[in-house]
Structures are given as C-alpha cells and as structure tokens.
Design a protein around this ligand. Structure first.
Ligand SMILES: Cc1cc2nc3c(=O)[nH]c(=O)nc-3n(C[C@H](O)[C@H](O)[C@H](O)COP(=O)(O)OP(=O)(O)OC[C@H]3O[C@@H](n4cnc5c(N)ncnc54)[C@H](O)[C@@H]3O)c2cc1C
Length: 320
C-alpha cells in the first residue's frame, strides 16, 4: 500500500476491541501502526463480551450516543458489504419498572419502538424493542487481528510499564482496565461480569439492564448468552456458584421456558469502568502526544468504531 506523505508512526497500547478497531482506522488513513499488548485474543476482556450492541454502563451520553450510532452503522456495513457473518441482527426487548424518556440513541437506529402493554413482561411497566447487531467475539476478534495485519499493522506481545517508553511520533492508549496501573487512573475500576452460555434460543433477546438487577438473554448464532452481574470493584475472575444460580433465576423470571440442562459454558470478565470514557489528548513531559481511548465499561464493543473514528479525528486535528 502506498503511504501518503503525511504518514505518521503510531504505537498503540492494547489489542482488545478498542485497540484493534483504532489500529485498523489509522492504517486505513495511511499511517504506520504497531500494537503493543500484554495479552491478545482470546485472552482479553473483549473476548468475553456477550456482545450485544447496547450503550450500557457508559458516559458521557452526549458523546457515547454518537459513538454508539457510528458503531451501529459500521457493524451493519461490515455484515452487509464485507460479509462478516459473525455479526447478526437480532430483536431484543428491554423491560423497565416505570415509564421513562426514550434513550438519546433511539432515533439513530432503524428499528426502535415502544412495547404495547400486552408485550411487557410481568412485574414491569414499560419497555421498548430494538433490532441490533450481536457479535460472536471468538470469531470477530481474530477477524479484527487479521484485518489489522493484512493492512500492514504489527502486533508485539509485551507489557508496557511506562507509556513514555514507547517508540512512535504519536501514542494511542487503548489499555482498558490496564489504565489503573499504567496511568495511575483512580477513576477506573472493574465491574465484574459473569455470564452463562446455553444452546437454547429464546427467539428474541430479553433485557432488564439496570445495573442493580441486570438480566439479559442474548441470542447469538452459536449460543444464547445469559447474564449477568455488574459487581463494582470486584477483581475476582473465578466462576462463582452463587452468581450462576442468581443469573439462572433472574433469566427464568423473563424467560420461564429456560431449560437448565442446556447450559454449555460460563465465563467471567472485568469491564473497564470509568465515570466517563477517557478519549482525549495528553501531552507527555517529553512533548510527545498520547491519545487515550479507554474506560468503555459495559459498552466497549458498542462504542468501538465510533471511538476509533474519534481517535482518527483527534489525530487529524493535531496535525493541522
Ligand atoms: C461479561 C461481559 C459482557 C459484556 N458484554 C458486552 C456487550 O454485550 N456489548 C458491549 O458493547 N460490551 C460488552 N462488554 C464490555 C466490553 O467487553 C468492554 O468494554 C471491552 O471489551 C473493552 O475493550 P478494550 O479494548 O478497551 O479493553 P480490553 O479488551 O481489556 O483490552 C485491553 C488491552 O490492553 C492491553 N494492556 C493493558 N495494560 C497493558 C500494559 N500495561 N501493557 C501492554 N498492554 C496492556 C491488554 O493486554 C489488552 O490487550 C462486556 C464485558 C463483560 C465482562
């Protein structure tokens, strides 16, 4: 590929969905990009994502609504134009305890409607239906890595102890929860998520995504993902039997036909949660600039392409 005259040498920290999507965008813009990551797929948090498009546990809304909408469009484009078949479109119903304003992103997706009274699950008062992308991350993550390398990107498996040690004219930091140590970021904390997999298909997804209750059944092509938990400050990556029981009971409340004998696996991941996603430029004492892109909480997949585009925009603004 011919590089433009203004091609920049860029180092990215992280090979989760944020680092890989950002890397792809920057390579597409003609830059030279290397990734440095302590862990790569299948050993990142991104590999654990359920992964349903839904802006969950993430702020600030005025930005995340735009980044989610941009990601929605890109996921649909990848599916339709590039045949990325691990992205499928599924219907889901969100149930709420009381009537509320519709979310700010609702008018940016093609299918959003308020549920009729008779469609609302027992114990709830309101709800909406959306059609959204759902992604099999065990296929999507290797696809992202393949696309990144095909475009000329290079991946180095190494732990970075200090951002300033990295080579490159510009650094991009997509380190997820690693920012706690790497950036001494006290605003970042894990929100533990445990999920189960079943071969049973509920037909459409059922959701109650208040963090304190958190129920979801996400139908994918391979399995349905049952969740969940959102345990703030909890670093435990082991499966816990009490959580398994609680997830099953919660899912049965929305999906009484759930057959426990069809459970085929379980997983745990730590969401990189922050009061707000950190997507900004920082100038290091050396004068070198870092664009941070981490802290995507429970919506890193949902925000991935929108945030990658935002990094590319920030980079262009730095260069003019
Ligand atoms: C159970 C569960 C279900 C989820 N479901 C969904 C969903 O349905 N939809 C959705 O949108 N999101 C979902 N999420 C959230 C999503 O998984 C995360 O927001 C997303 O994976 C974050 O991606 P990331 O690339 O920023 O971080 P990560 O995937 O954690 O990647 C971070 C990368 O940085 C590297 N790194 C960190 N520190 C260093 C260092 N010092 N040196 C070198 N490398 C370093 C790591 O090795 C890794 O490569 C879910 C999460 C969980 C746990």
């Amino acid at each position: 590929m011919n590089k433009p005259d203004n091609a920049i040498d860029i180092s990215i920290i992280g090979a989760g969905v944020s680092g890989l999507s950002t890397g792809i965008r920057l390579l597409e813009a003609g830059h030279n990009v290397r990734i440095y990551a302590e862990s790569i797929s299948p050993n990142t948090v991104s590999d654990t994502a359920a992964a349903w498009w839904y802006p969950f546990l993430v702020e600030p809304l005025e930005k995340t609504n735009r980044w989610s909408a941009e990601t929605f469009n890109e996921l649909v484009r990848l599916r339709e134009e590039e045949d990325v078949s691990c992205i499928t479109m599924r219907m889901g119903k969100e149930f709420l305890e009381e009537e509320c304003q519709v979310p700010g992103w609702s008018d940016s997706i093609p299918h959003f409607r308020i549920l009729d009274d008779e469609e609302i699950a027992s114990g709830y008062a309101f709800g909406w239906e959306i059609e959204a992308p759902v992604i099999e991350m065990q296929i999507y993550m290797p696809w992202l890595m393949g696309r990144f390398e095909e475009l000329g990107g290079e991946i180095n498996i190494v732990k970075i102890n200090s951002i300033s040690e990295l080579p490159g004219e510009v650094l991009v930091n997509c380190c997820g929860l690693g920012g706690k140590e790497l950036c001494n970021d006290h605003d970042l904390e894990p929100v533990r998520g445990q999920i189960l997999y079943t071969t049973q298909d509920p037909g459409f997804g059922r959701f109650d995504q208040r963090p304190e209750s958190l129920i979801y059944t996400i139908p994918r092509r391979d399995v349905t993902v049952l969740g969940g938990t959102a345990q703030r400050g909890d670093w435990d990556e082991n499966i816990r039997d009490d959580d398994t029981e609680e997830i099953l009971a919660k899912c049965e409340s929305l999906w009484p036909e759930l057959d426990r004998s069809k459970i085929v696996g379980m997983s745990v991941g730590l969401r990189p949660s922050r009061k707000e996603v950190r997507l900004e430029i920082e100038r290091l004492p050396s004068g070198k600039k870092v664009i941070h892109n981490y802290g995507h909480g429970g919506a890193g997949v949902t925000l991935s392409w929108g945030c990658a585009d935002e990094v590319a925009r920030l980079l262009s603004s730095m260069m003019t």
